[in-house]
Design a protein around this ligand. Structure first.
Ligand SMILES: O=C(O)C[C@H]1NC(=O)NC1=O
Length: 245
């Protein structure tokens, strides 16, 4: 059986539960999902500073998951914070939800749009599109202009805004698919896909299936070349616990 550690890089318990449920809904029978979040950090990730803080917690969780012997790791924040650093620290596959959703979208449509939370995080999605080579595949990026944790306030307002922006994107962007730009939107994908009759893709489920596929193919993070274990050196203070071995 495959065991996948799904890391919510922010520390919000409700979002960790939302993400864990979406991961379990996508997982194959027999795949175990360990939904975790950092013990310390930021309650939501809404910019470059938040991402830098969250990345340390991601690395701590990656190390814990490796020591537990998980078969793969998912970084369940749309900025994919700490992704390459995590791959240096990991032996198993490490998949970010932005890269997973973007890859999946290119397999079902020639162009996709992205719907995320605060406008200030759009630049992070733009940077990832360029880094992953998908800039040409992205028709447009939209923000619902609500904070990340509005998705967990129980009012349904953020979910309503996501639906509205997806419908707008479908009508205006010339896209064939939509990527949901937040781990906290994961539970909306299936119903929006059915209602809009267009692939609306959640990166949590996409990443879980990619880890399962890599495990089934016997593939894991390459430790040959620039994702090899970090260079050996003395880490000081609070970073000592991160030591790769
Ligand atoms: O970038 C965003 O808007 C969403 C991103 N922030 C967060 O705390 N989890 C996420 O997926």
């Amino acid at each position: 059986a495959v065991c996948i550690q799904v890391i919510n890089p922010n520390t919000d318990p409700g979002m960790t539960e939302t993400i864990g449920a979406a991961a379990r809904a996508a997982a194959a029978p027999g795949t175990e999902i360990l939904a975790v979040c950092p013990a310390e950090g930021v309650p939501s990730i809404e910019g470059h500073f938040d991402e830098a803080v969250a990345a340390i917690g991601v690395l701590e969780q990656i190390k814990a998951g490796r020591e537990r012997g998980v078969d793969g790791h998912v970084i369940a924040c749309f900025g994919d914070p700490g992704l390459l650093a995590a791959r240096e620290l990991a032996q198993a596959p490490v998949i970010g939800i932005a890269e997973a959703a973007m890859h999946m979208a290119t397999l079902v449509a020639t162009r996709f749009s992205i719907v995320t939370t605060l406008p200030r995080t759009l630049i992070i999605a733009r940077h990832l599109l360029r880094q992953y080579g998908f800039s040409e595949h992205c028709a447009a990026l939209h923000a619902i202009d609500l904070p990340v944790l509005a998705l967990e306030d129980g009012s349904g307002r953020a979910q309503h805004m996501v639906r509205e922006r997806c419908i707008q994107a479908m009508r205006q962007d010339g896209c064939g698919a939509i990527v949901l730009g937040c781990g906290g939107m994961a539970s909306l994908a299936r119903e929006l896909t059915q209602e809009l009759r267009m692939p609306v893709i959640d990166g949590v489920g996409a990443a879980v299936k990619m880890v399962e596929s890599l495990a089934a193919l016997g593939l894991s993070t390459s430790k040959y070349g620039d994702l090899a274990w970090p260079e050996r050196k003395a880490l000081s203070g609070k970073f000592q616990s991160l030591h790769p071995c």
